[in-house]
Write a protein that binds this ligand. Structure first.
Ligand SMILES: [Zn+2]
Length: 147
């Protein structure tokens, strides 16, 4: 599937290769990396897939699917920069907040999953700034592994 074929209405189940991989990981705990430091297989928290193309059909440069369970899924067109990945991972960290609050720490009233401040990583057009309150909330994510 190409980026230009994916939009806001595209369901994860319609992207067969990702849906199959996600089910394989859920069912068999396969297809993820062994951690040589702990000699264990940590849970696969997020599947990041780069998709052929420059932008999605919607004009967006990233999607983070709130699957309500691991592994979460992030799609990025191959032409997008690293900021797009950082922004989408930010969404996943908010989706997995231990309090259940999936909004940004400083939500835009019209788009609560995005930050209200231009230039912020989680502004609807992602920038490169992260606030202290956002860092605190990101650390509340249940997918961050702790010793
Ligand atoms: Zn976003």
């Amino acid at each position: 599937m190409k980026a230009e074929e994916i939009d806001d209405d595209t369901k994860l189940s319609e992207i067969k290769v990702i849906d199959d991989l996600r089910k394989k990981i859920e069912i068999n705990n396969e297809a993820y990396d062994h951690d040589p430091n702990t000699n264990s297989n940590p849970p696969c928290s997020v599947i990041v897939a780069y998709v052929n193309g420059e932008k999605f059909k919607s004009g967006k440069i990233g999607y983070a699917y709130d699957t309500n369970s691991m592994p979460y899924v992030v799609l990025i067109p191959e032409a997008a920069g690293s900021g797009a990945l950082a922004h989408e991972i930010g969404h996943v960290l908010n989706y997995t907040n231990s309090t259940g609050n999936k909004d940004d720490a400083e939500p835009d009233p019209t788009q609560p999953s995005h930050n209200v401040n231009p230039g912020n990583l989680m502004y609807h057009i992602g920038g490169d700034k992260i606030s202290d309150v956002q860092c605190k909330k990101f650390r509340e994510s249940t997918i961050i592994l702790r010793p």
